[in-house]
Design a protein around this ligand. Sequence first.
Ligand code: FBP
Length: 258
Amino acid sequence: MASLDKILRKGKAFILAYDQGLEHGPVEFNDKNVSPKQIIDIAKNSGVTALALQKGPAEKYRKEIKASKIPLILKLNGKTRMYKGEAFSPQLCTVEEAIKLGAAAVGYTIYFGSEEEWRMLEEFEAIEKKAHAKGLPVIVWSYPRGKSLEKQLKTQKGKNEIMAYAARAAFEVGADMVKIQYSGDPKALKWAVKSADRCKVVISGGVKEGEKAFLKDLKDIMNAGASGMAIGRNIWQHDNPREITKKVSKIIWGRSKK
Ligand code: FBP
């Protein structure tokens, strides 16, 4: 198993996600967060253990990322919101490019359940093999999606089952860490973490929420045994990103049970 040590502190991760420029578009940004430079500044000496980027920003801000000493997670696939077909996220970057950019880990989204699932599994298999041969850990953004899941994802029971399946499927295909979306049920998350076995589970931040609700979820998530968070909008869309970053770090390292 490739070591995740570079992106963990005391076994926990706080990943700052900034691939939304491709996934959602600049509609998510404002004058304070539209540049990767601003995000690197938020992450510096803040408790953040890694920054997740697409290839373009990672290449153009290579010098700043290196100087910040924040480990880089390079996302190897992605898609835009302009695309309306059955969920599919094609590979945009290789393991070799990630290594050249000094990445500490690579990330890949799999939309389990999509009609295109097999294509992502094929691409992922090649990436996982290459990355592990080079000692690079692999993180799966495990986001079950697609027409076949629409009905199941409408109920809490369905959401819980799918969350655990997302975590387990990533473990089965060789991921070292899996990033899943929280169903809102801490007991179900505990089962998802157990299902992921030796694959570490981090939770994705989601759309910007009120701070109180966001921090409450975060406490529940850490107490359920997650290994950390991979947050984007709830940090850099916050009025005071440095302040919320500190609060998140305090919960990740201060309050969790394991
Ligand atoms: P957020 O914390 O902003 O939700 O970011 C997490 C993330 O996984 C990003 O890495 C990614 O760009 C985005 O969510 C994808 O979200 P979706 O596919 O749900 O639009």
